[in-house]
Design a protein around this ligand. Structure first.
Ligand SMILES: [Zn+2]
Length: 240
């Protein structure tokens, strides 16, 4: 089992850990704790390195399998054995852009739900670019500028972004969470992590976010597409 350090501190760039298992077939090591985000919720997995004394091992991808996070090794011929102590470094430049992008997408969700009552159905992102799908029948070209301006007002308000891990029952009592289809969560999950942009948006979410909305920077709504009569896809970019 890997302790997920990024869940409580998304700003952790470096961490000490111990290899607890090795998966030769997958060319991966499993650590007792990690700051590597293993992907999910539209946010890509982290890359980075593990340092063992003077040796640096490239990590091409982190991936969650059950309760373990696999760190897929790029360049090492021999995998270090269980018990080896490592220092992990995540590729921070890439990750921080993803944090800004992820929070921007939640701002977009919050604005579109509050002002147009449209529910989100999915999303995807790469550093400084993202898209969200909504059940948003009334979306039209004229709304692009309105949504963009409102989203940037929320950035300027510098709203705090908070995370918490709640027991499933408590999470289900928050009416706002219903709209993010929390009921789709498997019954075996008894704790739910929630991300709140205070006063704007609250979602069940496992991703990494910035701590205040001003860190996102300027959001541009660059395009939208109809994916049928009701389903609309909105594309955003974040200014570097
Ligand atoms: Zn999210």
């Amino acid at each position: 089992m890997t302790e997920l350090l990024y869940q409580s501190n998304s700003y952790l760039k470096q961490f000490d850990a111990k290899i607890i298992k090795v998966d030769e077939e997958q060319r991966a090591v499993i650590l007792d704790r990690t700051a590597f985000y293993p992907g999910g919720g539209g946010q890509p997995a982290d890359t980075g390195t593990l340092k063992i004394i003077e040796v640096t091992i490239q990590i091409n991808k982190a991936r969650k399998v059950g309760e373990d996070v696999l760190h897929h090794v790029g360049n090492a011929d021999l995998l270090p054995p269980p018990g080896t102590l490592v220092t992990g470094f995540i590729d921070w430049e890439n990750r921080y852009k993803l944090m800004r992008t992820h929070t921007a997408l939640h701002i977009l969700c919050g604005v579109v739900f509050r002002d147009f009552h449209a529910q989100v159905t999915g999303g995807d992102m790469s550093p400084l670019q993202g898209r969200m799908d909504f059940e948003f029948e009334t979306m039209q070209k004229e709304l692009v500028q309105t949504i963009e301006a409102t989203a940037n007002e929320e950035v300027k308000k510098n709203l705090p972004v908070r995370t918490a891990i709640l027991p499933r029952q408590a999470a289900f009592q928050i009416p706002d969470l219903i709209r993010t289809k929390i009921n789709l969560l498997p019954e075996t999950i008894d704790r739910v992590r929630v991300v709140e942009i205070v006063g704007l948006d609250l979602q069940a979410d496992g991703g990494t976010h910035v701590k205040e909305t001003s860190e996102v920077g300027r959001i541009k709504v660059v395009d939208y597409k109809s994916k049928g009569k009701i389903n609309k896809r909105i594309y955003i970019e974040i200014e570097n």
